[in-house]
Design a protein around this ligand. Sequence first.
Ligand code: ACO
Length: 395
Amino acid sequence: MSNYYSKISGWGMYVPERVLTNHDLAQMVDTSDEWIVTRTGIRERRIAAEGQATVDMSLRATQQALERAGLQADDLDLIILATSTPDYLCPPASSVLQDRLGASRAGAMTLVAGCTGFLYGLITAAQFVQTGAYRHVLVVGGETLSYAMDWTDRNTCVLFGDGAGAVIVSRSDQPGGLQTMMLGSDGSGWDALLLPGIGSITPLTPEVLENKGHKLKMNGRAVFKFATRVMVEAVTQVVTEAGLTMNDIDLLIPHQANERIIDLAIRRLGFDREKVMVNLDRYGNTSAASVPLALCEALDQGRLRPGDRVVMVAFGAGLTYAACLWEWQPEEVSEEPILVTNWPVPESLRETAQQVRTAAWRMQVQARAKASDAAMAIMLPLYTFRKGVKKRLGK
Ligand code: ACO
């Protein structure tokens, strides 16, 4: 049993201002809004401005997350930046982010696991805080995929977008946080998603550039098949290992690649569509940024409340995949931190004592959530009414 729990204490997101719609793309390649919407669910995506890179967007998302957590950059012990589109191949983008943040105490690493990178990072961060080694770990998923796109290839350019999402994983004495997890990889599919001309195997030459070796190549059908299979396997594994069923899960946040992949997977899982977070219609596939962007929007929409269980699942280049079951904790806790390891109870009874304490804490959290729901039920109509009046008065 771990000594501590993990908790997401802050979250933030950033997407560039420029919107590229399906109609815009239909002017660029032989495609249509109808094809893209019916085959993928995507309607528009955000594209970074000239000169705007992954660290720029990651910095904006991180600043929001730090603010929400009430922390300073100096409080961070470790920075994990998941990206396949770093500012430079060398140095690591995480070190550039550290410098821009002024997080002088933190270690920094860049994690490359395609679209699964954020979940690999989140699960890694939770290990560091649950063991007590670190107090606050920043996990960012940031991508500037627009620079890796071949804007003449309709097979790929309609799918991707830019953005960044960040969370702070903090050490906590309150039960919750990461419950179960799995990290997967099927390296036999390494060439299904590939930037063939960037790396030590292919020195950059004028021929590589001419053949667009620096642009993303994808075997869409292979990825589609892989994705639907591993999403089902990974979600089933983390839910079953927690001793739960799909009905016990309050929210599913899948990697936002294609609505058809999500629909097929949840049908196979027997998962309620109402409890699935989807925002790919507005952002497309933002790779490592996709899960944190969806998480941030789910939180802003009030779709995740204290005590809720959320499953996050992703797949991507590698071919990698991962899932975790996370129990959401309240933003503020009233009780004093008490560690069972410090209690004057015999070693043999500690596990039972911890379980009793966890059950009591859950009841407290649920009561608090109900009270907050009741308050929201009163406040929301008032707020909407006020907003409507202001709008009508042009304020
Ligand atoms: N507009 C119009 N027609 C198109 C377009 C387009 N943008 N793209 C492809 N087509 C055509 C194809 O050329 C093909 O024509 P053909 O039959 O004459 O050859 C036809 O549409 C059907 O193509 P399919 O590949 O069978 O289309 P499918 O229904 O499989 O959809 C898609 C393609 C959307 C790419 C799908 O396979 C998919 O989403 N795959 C997963 C991709 C993915 O998630 N990648 C990201 C992984 S995560 C990461 O790490 C980056």
